[in-house]
Design a protein around this ligand. Structure first.
Ligand code: DMJ
Length: 912
């Protein structure tokens, strides 16, 4: 028995499965049985190929983990472009996303159980020793309760679970005496003050040292939290209780879940995205399965699997029924309003929902899982990664991609459920894309913009906790893993908790809520495991037959609500007026508008959608005035195209999306500000000139370097520390005059990105770059090279990074000679080029609308025409046809919809 209490300590005997664990076993059965019986028909992947891919995953993990340990540890995360650790307070704040960083070596803790899954037992043992030796959980830092729970508490518990497994096997971890569990318990107690609310819902943040609400804590005034933030605790907290015997953790997590359940919207059985932790009122009443809610649903089902408590399954099934009724519009999953669940609340989806097909597999509902997964895969095939948000017509809505693992997770579970080798091919594509587009000499860098292929200086800890686990397991056979993965459940961060916890320390009192579930529809259970036999009715091509119609869904899609429009066409109903077609001069349109919101709910639905579309259309039109971001790709040794920097466009000079990219070596101009005739034309002739921002207009700089024979220019920001990670996209304005004479492309880099180039020049002298609208495939030379052994490259990158810290910028001469003046206070009082505009695309706070509009409209002409014809025919035959019976004045309709409109506007502003 461990010191911590009655939990299963390291000396316990082999765990027994709980009687109810048939449930988990059954779910597991769903996952494994299909694998072994997959019939001939699909092209299987050979064992050799699977092993090759598994080894590739191992090598990639080594590259990510090795670089973190070498260049970032003990910092929380690696910054893979500058090859150093991200230490909170030492980098410009990124807002909420930094709340995961608690100065507790986050990536190391999050990676612990991945090491064991990947068979790196020795490294695991070393890592555990480092955690015990170095990690301090008592820092004066305000952290997210949710992130700390899933990543750190979950990481420690996953590490403990596998440490005791290894100890029991008798070879490794023989010295281990529940030390990780003790740390987990210490952390658990640190999180408990967050639950000090009347509702039992936790505050979103807590100070690790000072808790909450004390002046030193600097937190505790928040009133809202997200549903997932309050509803994603039960697995870790219950595991902590059951491992240690201290029931308080499980009790608190249950209480929060009970409260959320009570607050569900009773008519729709849906929950909103954010809730007031004091009053329990829904603050955001939109509801989906992605950002803000996702893991609440996941934890209800998994709590049932781990704890065997029927009430969790009943709640999950009730919610699932509502999700399938309102949110699921296969293959799409679209947010709706909790009070008006027939109304879509958005016309875009976020990347976090990619976990949902995996959850549907656990539920046993395979068909929609296959459909949604296939749709997501089509989006990935178009953009190489899943953008943070994309519209229902599959345009990029928010172009970032922080190497999220959800799609890999669903791919793994779908493979386990279907055994279809197609999913192995999907995994192979994910591996290829990661190596091709995200791999940098010092790790893997998040994508700043999937359209340009530019990078961001971040490698989130979940990349190691989740991505490598799921990818490795996808290709692994049972014998490739040193323990039975079926004995564990994955938390939302893919940490492993043993199923035997269900029968350990069950002393927590459970609320008897049976009577609350009377509305449950039994048909829910038709889909649960083990019904995969029915789902795969002797048809080896079942999964393929579900995917096939979706193969071209991305390229051939029609904007918004495809399915509902088609349905209305089929049923002979009049097609709704779409905002993009609306003309204020068309009397028919005005008539339709007047009638919207009248008695029938269809009219109201159309009206609300119309308003929503209008708002989106207008914000889209505003965004379309903005130029999209550009890319500066370093193509010379040792980068070979692997580092892609986000660059701001110029409102003058050639448009890089229409012209061929410009490739050339870089040279600093003299004077470095480029504000007068260059004194070193021989140095910049035929090259891409580097110029510092400030002192004159951008167009003037462009003319000066062009006159000196430069083929392009890169303006580097003189505001020290500025970075595309934290600043909105910047575009360089012209000088208000005719700029047609400027024939060379000009791009803008913030200081951090600029210093990567300047440091590369110091290191390698000859630095060649590509200026383009989108990163190009890396050099074939690079492909022939070994995968970066990391050593040379990362050493160089490290040197560059440390060099960049050392730059002491004193005058305005060439950086090669002296350095760059980057002190903001030394700016000339007339910083004329600061007249440049800042793009409103502000990626960090507002999604960027994709400007590559493709030819979607053209592709949809047929359907549009059909709709138009149908509409005309009906109008001809029945000129009095009306969509609503009781017309309301537009003002009153608008008043009715006011709340929804505000919600739409808010949603548009919200970050994921
Ligand atoms: C992970 O930290 C967890 O999976 C969480 O539930 C939400 N998503 C991130 C990774 O995208």
């Amino acid at each position: 028995m461990s010191e911590a209490g009655g939990g299963r300590g390291s000396g316990s005997s082999v765990p027994q499965r709980a009687p109810w664990s048939l449930v988990a076993a059954t779910a597991a059965l769903c996952l494994v049985s299909a694998t072994s019986v997959w019939p001939v028909g699909a092209a299987p992947m050979s064992r050799e190929e699977k092993q090759k891919l598994g080894n590739q995953v191992l090598e990639m993990f080594d590259h990510a983990y090795g670089n973190y340990m070498e260049h970032a540890y003990p910092a929380d995360e690696l910054m893979p472009l500058t090859c150093r650790g991200r230490v909170r307070g030492q980098e410009p704040s990124r807002g909420d996303v930094d709340d995961a960083l608690g100065k507790f070596s986050l990536t190391l803790i999050d990676s612990l159980d991945t090491l064991v899954v990947l068979n790196k037992t020795k490294e695991f043992e070393d890592a555990v020793r480092k955690v015990l030796r170095d990690v301090n959980l008592d820092n004066d830092v305000v952290v997210s309760v949710f992130e700390t729970n899933i990543r750190v508490l979950g990481g420690l518990l996953g590490g403990h679970s596998l440490a005791i497994m290894l100890k029991e096997k008798g070879e490794y971890m023989q010295w281990y005496n529940d030390e990780l569990l003790q740390m987990a318990k210490q952390l658990g107690y640190k999180l408990l003050p967050a639950f000090n609310t009347t509702s039992g819902l936790p505050y979103p943040r807590i100070n690790l040292k000072f808790g909450i609400r004390k002046p030193e804590a600097r937190t505790g005034t928040e009133t809202d939290t997200c549903t997932a933030c309050a509803g994603t605790l039960i697995l870790e907290f219950a595991a902590l209780s059951r491992f240690t015997g201290a029931t308080i953790f499980e009790e608190y997590a249950r209480k929060a879940l009970d409260f959320l359940w009570e607050k569900r919207q009773r008519s729709s059985n849906l929950v909103g995205v954010t809730i007031n932790i004091h009053t329990g009122d829904w603050v955001r009443k939109d509801s989906g399965v992605g950002a803000g809610i996702d893991s609440y649903y996941e934890y209800l089902l998994k709590a049932y699997v781990l704890l065997g408590d029927d009430s969790f399954l009943e709640r999950f099934n009730t919610h699932y029924d509502a999700i399938m009724r309102y949110i699921s519009q296969p293959p799409l999953l679209l947010d709706v309003h909790i009070h008006k669940p027939m109304l879509n609340a958005r016309t875009w989806m976020d990347a976090l929902l990619a976990f949902f097909p995996g959850l549907q597999v656990l539920k046993g509902d395979i068909r929609p899982a296959i459909e949604t997964h296939e749709m997501l895969y089509q989006v990935i095939k178009k953009h190489n990664f899943l953008p943070e948000a994309f519209t229902t017509d599959f345009r990029v809505h928010w172009a970032q991609h922080p190497l999220r693992p959800e799609f890999a997770e669903s791919t793994y579970f779908l493979y386990k459920a279907t055994g279809d080798p197609y999913y192995l091919e999907v995994g192979k594509t994910l591996i290829e894309n990661l190596n091709k587009y995200a791999r940098v000499p010092c790790g893997f860098a998040a994508m700043k913009d999937v359209r340009t292929g530019s990078h961001e200086d971040r490698m989130d800890s979940f990349f190691l906790a989740e991505m490598f686990k799921y990818l490795y397991l996808l290709f692994a056979d049972k014998e490739d893993i040193i323990f039975d993965i079926e004995d564990y459940i994955f938390t939302t961060e893919a940490h492993l908790l043993p199923l035997w916890l269900s029968t350990t320390n069950q002393r927590v009192s459970k609320k008897n809520t049976t009577s609350e579930y009377t509305e449950l529809d039994d048909s829910n259970f038709d889909w649960t495991c083990p019904n995969t036999q029915i789902l795969f009715p002797n048809d080896p091509l079942y999964a393929q037959s579900i995917r096939e119609p979706l193969k071209n869904v991305v390229d051939k899609s029609c904007p918004r609500g495809i399915i509902r429009v088609e349905e209305s066409l089929r049923s002979g109903a009049k097609p709704p007026l779409r905002a993009r077609d609306f003309m204020a001069t068309n009397p028919d349109h005005l008539e339709i508008l007047k009638k919207m919101g009248a008695a029938s709910s269809i009219d109201a639905e159309d009206g609300l959608r119309f308003m929503q579309e209008m708002i989106e259309l207008s914000s889209q039109q505003q965004k379309e005035q903005q130029l999209p971001p550009r890319a500066v790709q370093i193509v010379s040794h040792p980068f070979f195209g692997r580092v892609v920097l986000t660059a701001g466009p110029a409102q003058f000079g050639p448009d890089l999306s229409k012209h061929k990219e410009t490739r050339g070596f870089v040279a600093s101009s003299k004077p470095y500000n480029g504000c007068s005739e260059l004194t070193n034309p021989e140095a910049v002739m035929g090259k891409i000139a580097l110029i510092q921002r400030g002192q004159c207009m951008f167009a003037e700089k462009a003319r000066n370097i062009q006159n000196a024979g430069a083929i392009g220019g890169i303006v580097i920001d003189d505001n020290e520390g500025s970075s595309s990670d934290t600043a909105p996209l910047f575009q360089m304005a012209g000088d208000g005059k005719d700029t047609d004479d400027i024939k060379i492309p000009m791009l803008f880099l913030f200081s951090k990105e600029g210093s990567i180039i300047l440091d590369a020049i110091r290191e390698y002298e000859e630095v060649e770059v590509l200026l383009s609208d989108k990163a190009k495939d890396r050099d074939p030379e690079m492909e022939n090279e070994e995968q970066p052994s990391s050593e040379n490259d990362s050493q160089s990158a490290e040197q560059i990074a440390s060099r960049s810290q050392e730059i002491d910028l004193v005058d305005q001469e060439s950086p090669e000679e002296s350095s760059v003046n980057s002190h903001p206070e030394s700016l000339s009082p007339v910083d004329t080029d600061s007249a440049a505009s800042v793009s409103s695309s502000e990626q960090d706070s507002n999604p960027v609308e994709n400007l590559e509009t493709t030819s979607l409209d053209g592709e949809c002409t047929d359907l549009d025409n059909q709709l138009q014809e149908q509409s005309e025919t009906e109008e001809d035959s029945n000129p009095n046809v009306s969509w609503g019976q009781k017309a309301q004045p537009i003002d009153s309709i608008l008043a009715d919809w006011n709340e929804d409109i505000e919600a739409f506007e808010m949603m548009d502003k919200d970050e994921l």
